[in-house]
Write a protein that binds this ligand. Sequence first.
Ligand SMILES: Cc1cc2nc3c(=O)[nH]c(=O)nc-3n(C[C@H](O)[C@H](O)[C@H](O)COP(=O)(O)O)c2cc1C
Length: 357
Amino acid sequence: MSLRGIPDWVDYLVRSGLHAPSADNSQPWRFVWDGHSLELFMHEERGKDGLGADHPANLMALGAVVENLSQAAGALGMPADALQTGDPTGTGCMARVVWDAAGLQPLGALPAGVQQRHTNRGPFATTALDPELLAAVAALQEAPVRVVIVTERQQRERWSALVRKASELRFQTEEIHRWLAGSLRFTPEEVARGDGLDVATLLLPPGGESLLRLSLDWRRMELLNRFGGCKLFAMLEAAMLKNCAALVVLTGPPAGFGVEVAAGRLLQRVWIALNEEGVAVHPYFVLPDQLYRLRRGRVAPEFVHEVRRIEAGVGELLASRNETVLMLLRVGVPRVADPARSRRLPLARSFSTLVSH
Ligand SMILES: Cc1cc2nc3c(=O)[nH]c(=O)nc-3n(C[C@H](O)[C@H](O)[C@H](O)COP(=O)(O)O)c2cc1C
């Protein structure tokens, strides 16, 4: 479906924006064209009523959209000030593009990096990556967020141990479990809706899908946990984290205006840069999520001590008290080069126009 009656550049920008990643493919964004400017907001149901308006995962997804808009604007030759970010008027508008289309070139394909970036949850080769590429990625930044690359084996094991602990807690947290259960898509009809996590994109080992289905019911998960289910699942998740060439850590202050949006922009830039060189990326949000929950008082009392220990472990690894992990990525040359890709909702679910035709 194309955006009929809408300027071509608006169509181009919206389509680029929609390629952004989001937690469990929840797509917490919406675009509005008012005939003069294209504006980006958080979606009421999929964003604000979903994980929440100030949840870092939602804000990072919106940051990734902003980055896509910026790259698409660059490809169209727009002046740098055509894209304004932030919300000076307090209307919730997170980015605005105003352009008179002066000098608009005939539109080609969307920027290749934006279009081809994707999540790869399969195994990766552990062979070292090109040092020049790693140096270029390490140099990327979006203040106050920066990139730390971890290649050394012992350091990777320490990160993996923290992910394992965070993951054990996640499988014992009803709220997170229900959210995942609601996101999974098993049948072709469910997948065709265009949101959520198509189980084919999880690249599960044989028997994995049945185990996943079995654990979806919270009461059953609770029962499995009594026999060490959470420990088993966490072990599998953390073991996969070792299956890579390097970890990429996005780090910055734990809170502050615009930190998560900046993290989302940087995440997208790093992800595109790696995918363009044939290096696969698999995000692990479980660790930042537990730390966010701790800051917000959302960790169950019996687990607070454990999450504080995880927080201290992250502080040690980053050698900083003022910074935390905002995102962790497993990266490497993929063994499954072209995995199943997540879909997107139909355009009309994310875009509206205030202009009548
Ligand atoms: C903030 C954020 C957190 C994410 N966390 C995870 C994660 O913990 N595990 C995972 O496998 N994928 C994670 N993803 C990847 C999304 O599931 C993925 O972007 C989405 O399904 C769309 O697929 P695509 O990236 O292939 O376009 C995360 C993405 C974002 C933006």
